[in-house]
Design a protein around this ligand. Sequence first.
Ligand SMILES: Nc1ncnc2c1ncn2[C@@H]1O[C@H](COP(=O)(O)OP(=O)(O)OP(=O)(O)O)[C@@H](O)[C@H]1O
Ligand SMILES: [Mg+2]
Ligand SMILES: [Zn+2]
Length: 443
Amino acid sequence: MSYQVLARKWRPRSFAALVGQEHVVKALTHALEQQRLHHAYLFAGTRGVGKTTLARILAKALNCESGITAAPCDKCAACAEIDAGRFVDLIEVDAATNTKVDEMRQLLESAVYSPTRGRFKVYVIDEVHMLSTSAFNAMLKTLEEPPAHIKFILATTDPQKIPVTVLSRCLQFNLKQMPPAAIAGHLHHIAGEEGVRAEPGGLRLLAAAARGSMRDALSLLDQAVAYSAGEVTEGAVRAMLGAVDLGYLVDLADALLDADAGRAIGIADAMEARSLSFDGALAELANLLHRVALAQAAPDALDLQLPDRDRILALAARADPETVQLFYQIAVHGRRDLPLAPDEYAGFTMALMRMLAFAPAAAPDGTSVAPAAVVGRTPPSAPAARRGYRSGTGRRSSARSSSRALRASSPSAASSCRSPKTWSSFACRRTPRRSAKRPTRTS
Ligand SMILES: Nc1ncnc2c1ncn2[C@@H]1O[C@H](COP(=O)(O)OP(=O)(O)OP(=O)(O)O)[C@@H](O)[C@H]1O
Ligand SMILES: [Mg+2]
Ligand SMILES: [Zn+2]
């Protein structure tokens, strides 16, 4: 038998097997149990969160030979045919390729005929927002008062594009994105059923990379199984995703807090040598800083299972919250700007240097002092400026030569604009040396 991808093989066949979406399941279960059935449903949500899956389960619930039920038997011919995708009274239409009014008219004309096998004729219209305005208008009448044997299930990733006249004729359910913990739990279950050994750390990485989509998570698991050809280890998943080891990022955060540019750039070089993704690195750095901020503001909220938890707590103890916020913001914005950078290395290292340039200057006793722009004096030079950057031998790319030029340039330019509040506007005015004095009022 040919191999079936995990996402298809593990499509939930009952409401109980569905992960998350409890709010939708609860409402549909009550409606089915009390036989209070609407004739049109709209499932809205991002890719791979269960819209098509829910539509098929609902079609089974309506057509199961044991009666309308929230728990279809999965044994009768109707249930089996719906699961196999060959039930004649379940008509799945892809609105993305059938956008025109003529196609809609054809569909609605066929709707007047009674179901062939089942209790209801169920029309699932996927990506319904792609229909043309005239196609939407053509369906309004039928959508409002369809024949008793018709049920419409509309699915969309973009409900904003659906006319309100259509929305008001449907029961709308908004499906939620899957939280990473729920995805990791589901992956763990599936890996177990498939007899695949998988490290929890690896599954957590896959869950995070799926960004809320269960389908993406299962596709990534497929890929990881093929990649690792055996146990799905955390290391293998990291290598596959080009994900950055948290150890690098903790070291990087340490170097940044020490204002040690040389060390920070050295770590970036090591990451480049291993072909790690700098986009992923900025995302992970922002993630780490979020955890550091969490450890400072609400230590109990920090996950006890977190790898490197002790090092995160150590960072939280030494960094001041304002600096953490600033680094976080620069990491997030640096990621946004990455496509505009000459190359990823340049974009990444510029973000690091921006963090150093705008960080509040450290006072000799280790505490941070108010930014120069606020106090109106040139701040004490930061350790980075005192030490200077690492020598730039062995650099190849043009971006690297530009970073060499930056290293050679006067560090005082950076140290004169250390206001955390103004970094994003780049309005770093050099502090006028005489502005420390209050202007004397002349009459
Ligand atoms: N809530 C969920 N619980 C368990 N598995 C899920 C869930 N949502 C999606 N999946 C998995 O993802 C696959 C795809 O889901 P589905 O086709 O329902 O997504 P969709 O929301 O219709 O996405 P799209 O907008 O891309 O069509 C399913 O076969 C199933 O394996
Ligand atoms: Mg779908
Ligand atoms: Zn059945």
